[in-house]
Design a protein around this ligand. Structure first.
Ligand code: SAH
Ligand code: SF4
Length: 363
């Protein structure tokens, strides 16, 4: 019986290099294959002339390129945001967003189809959990955005991996935020394998400061990130500064209470020596008062932290309104009194439901 082929994008470089000797070839061929794929976007065995035909034939029999088909592409009227509805092999769907703000290119990628965490104001939470993504499905989203940037999204690039880098001729994908659909720390293993692949220095080579993972506050995952010294930026969704207020918006706070979450965050900062980005969705009349801002200030005072304020984006299942500009600025001023830097996230891509918490699919 023929064995199932492996998705190339599921493999770390070390795993790919280990396969070549098992097939009776030197690892150097696998290293060259890796470079072809990740530096030039090639997915066509015929477009890899530097690899021996026998190796290509064997690799082609063992591996496939699990690219994600674009079901729908939407462009925001802001001119900066593109959203892709991508189809997985089992016809489940996910969304990926390409953002070109402030002169840099960022991909917002999904870690799960749907989400099990049920945050009340989030469209992904409202749709419920469908399934975890594999490492290859996470990596393939980055490869899709990379292909869009190089203008080859529908076919294989022919550029050679050696000599002049093909990246010199087009914008490069430089930032990735794991802030799409799903809770990345609920799918820890696959997400970490994907990050290893995205960071590989002979591949996409994304820097440690260029990948940001946002969590709803999965405490065991935060502790593990710290213990394993994972090279990513950490963002933690807060939204409420007391256990009661937070649990009303983020139901899993009942399982992972605020005081324990704060202890885990302090542990992370101490161990990693890195700041944490706290996210706070600003909902008018709900969590945007001066008293709320003081509560955040008292909670985070003294931590190596930055607060990212996100005015609420509309979703079908939640009726709240976003905080206005003035109130957001006042909130920031109060945080500054506690020594906490903050930003207000720009509202982009709202017309195509590509903003924070707006990603959802029918299946
Ligand atoms: N699951 C992760 C990452 C995805 S959501 C997490 O929850 O952190 C990225 C950010 O958008 C989170 O801070 C989330 O709370 C926030 N968010 C969700 N729905 C939103 C909405 N409707 N408007 C604004 N921000 C929202
Ligand atoms: Fe899941 Fe994050 Fe949405 Fe909460 S905000 S439901 S954790 S994707």
């Amino acid at each position: 019986m023929p064995t199932a082929r492996t998705n190339f994008y599921d493999l770390t470089r070390a795993q790919l290099l280990a396969l070549a000797p098992q097939w009776g070839f030197p690892a150097v061929h696998a290293a060259r294959l890796w470079a072809y794929v990740y530096l030039s976007g090639a997915e066509d065995w015929a477009a890899m002339p530097e690899l021996p035909a026998r190796f290509r034939a064997r690799a082609g029999a063992e591996l496939f390129f699990g690219r994600l088909a674009v079901a729908v592409e939407q462009k925001s009227s802001d001119g900066f945001t593109h959203k892709y509805l991508l189809e997985l092999a089992d016809r489940r769907q996910i969304e990926t967003v390409l953002m070109r703000y402030t002169g840099r290119v960022t991909a917002c990628i999904s870690s799960q189809a749907g989400c099990a965490m049920g945050c009340v104001f989030c469209a992904t939470g409202q749709m419920g959990f469908v399934r975890h993504l594999t490492p290859g499905e996470i990596v393939a989203q980055a490869m899709h955005v990379d292909a869009v940037l190089r203008g080859t999204e529908s076919g294989a690039a022919l550029a050679r991996p050696h000599g002049r880098s093909p990246h010199e001729r087009h914008e490069r994908l430089r930032n990735i935020v794991l802030m799409g659909m799903g809770e990345p720390l609920h799918n820890y293993e696959a997400v970490m394998t994907a990050i290893d692949i995205l960071r590989d220095a002979t591949g996409l080579a994304l820097g440690a400061k260029k990948i940001t993972l946002s969590t709803v506050g999965v405490i065991p995952g935060i502790v593990r990130l710290a213990d394993e010294a994972r090279p990513v930026n950490l963002a933690v969704s807060l939204h409420g500064a007391t256990q009661e207020e937070r649990a009303a918006l983020v139901p899993v706070a009942k399982k992972w209470p605020l005081d324990e979450l704060m202890a885990a965050c302090r542990y992370y900062i101490g161990k990693q020596g890195r700041r944490i980005f706290y996210e706070w969705t600003l909902i008018e009349g709900k969590n945007d008062s001066p008293a709320n801002a003081h509560a955040v200030g008292r909670l985070l005072r003294g931590q190596l932290a930055q607060v990212n304020l996100i005015p609420l984006n509309p979703t079908a299942g939640y009726g709240g309104a976003p905080t206005g500009r003035e109130a957001a600025r006042h909130f920031q001023q109060i945080l500054a009194e506690y020594g906490l830097p903050s930003t207000v996230r720009q509202r982009r891509g709202i017309d195509i439901a590509a903003g924070c918490g707006q990603l959802a699919t029918g299946r």
